[in-house]
Design a protein around this ligand. Structure first.
Ligand SMILES: [Zn+2]
Ligand SMILES: [Zn+2]
Length: 307
């Protein structure tokens, strides 16, 4: 599992940053990519990577500001011709997404041959997709806006083959049956399967925010607890807290102090304004390098299992 950043910029693109588009690479787990937000140029960015559009079967939109969705019609149209012809795609996002897409695709006479389903989500909704539980969390922005909590299912540990051999069970289809059951019978004795399994593979938790002011509610903070990685915006990096608040965005020092009480792994800062393109950014990165990672386009971050 890893994150791959296709766009790390805020509202306006710059020479080095496209606007927000984040890939959750699940190729090793389920041979798919999830995509969060669909910035203008996302399909061009993808051409510089190994990502196949047909392997994106679930796409999540945080909100309907243009910097997060203007790449969607182009991506959807091209996917048809990039191996995605019959491969279904689900898009999750706020109310209004379906109407916008219907009008855009119809007006531009875009023909999409694969099954396309648009699901409009609501705050606190939880649903399962593949091996993930996904929870929708409300952001504090000037338009309906969400974050998504992706929690991978915890899997049983590996079968301990040598232990099974010790009681006289040799490899074969029986191993699968044993792994799938809680107990098994052998030579007239009942065994507990857990005694023959290695440590559980604990599911990973990845949280990707949409645009937001810093959220201080305890309910929200509890949801973040235990995350392996949190992706949070910081349109403002250098002390302009009032301005960030005024424009419904976040400022870095405020994000960092808000997360101090939360127990989590790494923090990835993204949605970085195009004002920070100079040496200033290097200095800011240096100052905070022990506290967070700063996203850049094409950055990849591996998310290892805890066990
Ligand atoms: Zn934005
Ligand atoms: Zn926005």
């Amino acid at each position: 599992m890893k994150l791959q950043i296709l766009g790390s910029g805020a509202g306006l693109p710059s020479k080095n940053r496209h606007t927000q588009c984040i890939i959750l690479d699940l190729v090793d787990e389920i041979n798919q990519y999830y995509c969060v937000d669909a910035s203008e140029g996302m399909q061009h960015q993808m051409l510089h990577t190994n990502i196949k559009p047909s392997k994106i079967k679930n796409l999540f939109i945080t909100h309907l500001h243009g910097d997060h969705i203007y790449g969607l019609p182009g991506f959807l149209s091209s996917r048809d011709h990039q191996g995605g012809k019959d491969i279904p795609l689900m898009i999750y996002g706020p109310k209004g997404l379906k109407n916008w897409l219907d009008v855009t695709l119809e007006t531009s006479r875009s023909h999409i041959s694969y099954p396309l389903e648009i699901i409009e989500v609501a705050p606190n909704q939880t649903f399962n997709v593949d091996n993930m539980t996904i929870e929708v969390i409300s952001m504090q922005h000037n338009i309906e806006c969400y974050g998504y909590i992706f929690t991978e299912r915890t899997e049983k540990g590996e079968l301990l083959v040598s232990k099974l051999r010790d009681i006289g069970i040799t490899p074969g289809p029986i191993y699968k049956e044993i792994k799938e059951s809680n107990t098994f019978l052998h030579d007239g004795k009942v065994y507990d399967t857990n005694d023959f399994l290695g440590p559980e593979k604990i599911g990973r938790k990845v949280i990707i925010h949409g645009d937001t002011r810093v959220i201080t509610d305890n309910d929200y903070k509890e949801k973040l607890d235990g995350a392996d990685i949190i992706v949070h915006e910081s349109t403002y990096l250098d002390g302009e807290i009032e301005k960030a608040h005024q424009y419904h965005h976040s400022e870095l020092s405020e994000v960092l102090s808000n997360f101090k009480s939360i127990d989590f792994g790494r923090l990835l800062i993204t949605h970085i304004s195009n004002r920070y393109e100079s040496d200033d950014l290097i200095l800011i990165q240096e100052r905070y390098r022990d506290e967070c990672i700063f996203a850049s386009d094409f950055m990849e971050i591996t998310i290892p299992r805890k066990s």
